[in-house]
Ligand binder design. Structure first.
Ligand code: SAJ
Length: 397
């Protein structure tokens, strides 16, 4: 398993649980050391126990260099370079490290989210360096679909799409996954499997953009968007998602660019959805600016403001690529002697932001800005006199 992050480590633990020996590889010596001690470096429910058991029972160990195996999984990040251009250099360098170890009959699988054609590119790279193996390896792409926070369950029960560079590769990969996955395994080719991953997240991004666009229209039209969506969804064939303060995380806000970068002319809706969802965060920050000026004009004093939530979605402690965090940063950049209470009930402290308990913040603030629909916020009794900006449907009516 090359790459021991959010997907590679849980997958390693799951395979090891099925009594298959897994050798994990990661470029970060600290990660390797942590895992070999039966501990974990990421936050995911039930993962700590799974890794601890796998290491104790001798089915999982890690190192910074790969060792010879029968199956190689590439599960490394695919970030961006320049302006939203996918960067497959990690997939490439991970592949290069295992090329010298490959032997006839081995199975090579990429799980990393990748632009269309990456699996074929890696196949060419492998056969360039090892021409004697041409046609003797099995090469496939199999994306993951797990939801952060529910990874250990979804890894086992989600259906998977598996696409080989030829039928033999697809079948070999399906047989491999069948050993530890209970969901259905669907066969296709590598390009379709690559695109399938990108399309799943783009589809969700487009649907959220629709909800966010509605929220902007409703704000101008004086309509409660939450009520509107609830009513529209009573139609048997309508299912509108929820607007929010933008789209975050490392998947949905990222993967659509993998399509747009390669097919800019064709991906009009996909590209526009990204713009709308990014704009929504900017719009929220502007709204905070406006309400704070209005308060000052009306009351003749500076308001105190509670900014409720920093995580990228409800009920998690993950702040990476979080629109709420972006909004808080933007609001603080515009600060002009107002008092701010920053709240994130899922973390104890933050290196940049001074955090306040959510009840105390509600109590003290004149203006309350709901950024993330955490469950704690939904149970709050909010005094009548408070001004509220609800970007995530806490108050709804
Ligand atoms: N969001 C809304 N409105 C909604 C739903 C979500 O604004 O109605 C926002 C969230 O607040 C968050 C963002 O969208 O900022 C993404 O959250 P999410 O829960 O939709 O998804 P992720 O990023 O945690 O995980 C997604 C999942 N993909 C899909 O649901 C299609 C997951 O299954 C993938 O495995 C994961 O991306 C990934 O790794 O690609």
């Amino acid at each position: 398993m090359v790459g021991l992050g959010y997907i590679g480590l849980p997958t390693s633990a799951l395979i090891a649980k099925n009594k298959i020996h897994v050798h994990g590889v990661d470029v970060n010596p600290k990660v390797v050391e942590t895992i070999n001690a039966g501990k974990i470096h990421i936050v995911e429910p039930e993962l700590d126990e799974a890794v601890d058991n796998a290491v104790k029972q001798g089915y999982l160990r890690a190192s910074i260099v790969p060792v010879e195996a029968d199956v190689y999984l590439i599960v490394v990040p695919t970030p961006f370079k320049g302006k939203n251009e996918p960067d497959i250099s990690f997939v490439q360098s991970a592949t290069k490290t295992i090329i010298p170890l490959l032997k006839k009959g081995d199975l090579y699988i990429i799980e990393s989210t990748s632009p269309i054609g990456t699996t074929e590119k890696m196949m060419d790279l492998i056969y360039q360096e090892r021409p004697e193996l041409k046609g003797e390896l099995h090469i496939a792409y199999c994306p993951e679909r797990v939801l952060p926070g529910n990874v250990m369950h979804e890894l086992v029960y989600n259906d998977r799409v598996i696409g080989g560079v030829n039928d033999e590769s697809t079948n070999k990969a399906v047989n491999f996954y069948r050993q530890f996955i209970k969901g259905d395994l669907y066969k296709t080719n590598a390009r379709t499997a690559e695109m399938c991953k990108l399309v799943e997240n783009s589809s969700r991004d487009v649907q959220i953009a629709f909800a966010n666009e509605l929220s902007l229209i409703c704000d101008k039209a004086g309509i409660n968007v939450w009520e509107l969506i609830e009513l529209a969804n009573k139609h048997p064939r309508v299912n509108i998602l929820q607007p929010g303060c933008g789209v975050g995380g490392h998947c949905i806000a990222v993967d659509p660019y993998f399509i747009v970068a390669d097919y800019p002319m064709e991906s009009q809706i996909i590209g526009k959805a990204r713009e709308i969802n990014n704009y929504k965060s900017f719009w929220c920050a502007e709204k905070v600016k406006t309400i704070k000026l209005e308060f000052e004009l009306k009351q003749g004093r500076k308001p105190s403001i509670a900014l409720m939530g920093l995580a990228f979605k409800p009920n998690i402690d993950d702040l990476r690529e979080s629109p709420a965090k972006y909004i808080v940063q933007k609001v603080l950049q515009n600060a002009n002697n107002e008092e701010y209470y920053i709240v994130e009930p899922n973390i104890d402290s933050h290196t940049v932001f001074k955090l306040t308990n959510y009840k105390e913040a509600i109590d003290k603030a004149d203006i309350i800005v709901f950024l993330v629909a955490h469950k704690e916020f939904k149970e709050l009794e909010i005094p009548q006199e408070k001004e509220i900006l609800d970007f995530c449907g806490i108050i709804k009516k």
